[in-house]
Design a protein around this ligand. Structure first.
Ligand code: SF4
Ligand code: SF4
Length: 78
């Protein structure tokens, strides 16, 4: 993918606490690569990370979440 920085080992990925996510969508709008979307589970909406392999770990989504629902966690160290 031209223009996208390569992922590095030990990179951090956003982990969304689904129980606390309000589905407000701020994180979806914050991602420069448009990797987050809102999914519906029953009557509730929550944010989901798509194409995790493209995530740069920039943490914009985590910073933007008004409820502190997203934490950046170390990806697998293979
Ligand atoms: S860490 Fe950055 S690239 Fe990854 S989902 Fe969040 S805003 Fe998008
Ligand atoms: S900004 Fe936070 S509360 Fe809002 S949809 Fe994203 S993770 Fe959920």
């Amino acid at each position: 993918m031209p223009g996208e920085p390569p992922r590095t080992r030990g990179q951090r990925l956003p982990v969304i606490d689904l129980k606390r996510c309000t589905g407000c969508g701020w994180c979806v709008a914050a991602c420069p690569l448009d990797l987050l979307s809102l999914e519906r589970t029953g009557w509730k909406k929550h944010s989901t990370l798509n194409e995790a392999e493209r995530c740069t770990g920039c943490a914009y989504c985590a910073i933007r979440c008004p409820f502190g629902v997203i934490t950046m966690q170390e990806a697998g160290t293979d």
